[in-house]
Write a protein of this length. Structure first.
Length: 210
């Protein structure tokens, strides 16, 4: 497990600051950097052209339009969960709300709720009608990106899942995005299958460079 965690950790390092990526954004060449590192670098440039320090690829556009690299964000989360040894480093988020219980160590993590759970709370979580279909993984095990795969969330609206795809804008959107900005666009509703997020992300970065 240590080797796989170390390999995935290398993918989460920003080549500009040499630290773990924060708010990772992908350039059209698909190399990823911290958003604040890109903004800091852009301030030293005389034009709006962005040059990738890894491959030398050039692109132009607004930095705010660069897509977040959700795959890298998942890798970072995986590294955090996989390095928890026997749940000694984190407590149960649910039990923490009850002062009478004291500190109860977590053994699981709910991907949908982003909560750490102890054995008892994890068992209740799986029986509850509201959360019985949530993805719950055990802390301290060798995880993969598929283990953290859940319904993609909208960046503009909190807790709103990406359930639609706008053909005109080539991007995944939530129902609120559709009501506010995409009512006149050609949109498809995804009911049975999740949208192909990697392909959508590639389309988004291609639009950034056009």
């Amino acid at each position: 497990m240590m080797q796989s965690v170390e390999e995935s950790r290398q993918l989460t390092i920003c080549s500009l600051c040499q630290l773990e990526l924060t708010d990772p954004r992908s350039l059209p060449c698909l190399h990823t950097f911290c958003f604040h590192c890109l903004k800091k670098r852009a301030q030293s440039l005389t034009d709006s052209t962005i040059c990738c320090t890894v491959c030398g690829g050039k692109s132009s556009g607004q930095l705010d339009d660069l897509p977040r690299n959700s795959f890298v964000e998942k890798l970072i989360k995986i590294n955090q969960l996989a390095t928890v040894s026997n749940s000694q480093e984190t407590s149960c988020d649910v039990c923490r709300q009850d002062d009478s219980l004291g500190v109860v160590m977590a053994t699981h993590h709910c991907v949908n709720c982003a909560q750490n759970l102890c054995e008892k709370c994890s068992s209740f979580h799986g029986r509850s009608k509201a959360s019985q279909h949530h993805r719950v993984v055990r802390l301290g095990v060798d995880l993969t990106p598929l283990d953290l795969r859940g319904t993609p969330q909208c960046d503009q609206h909190v807790d709103e899942p990406l359930k639609m795809f706008c053909v005109d804008c080539t991007r995944c959107i939530c129902f609120l995005c559709y009501a506010e900005q995409h009512t006149g666009h050609r949109c498809q509703v995804h009911t049975r299958h999740q949208p192909d997020v990697p392909n959508v992300r590639l389309a988004s970065v291609q639009n950034f460079s056009d």
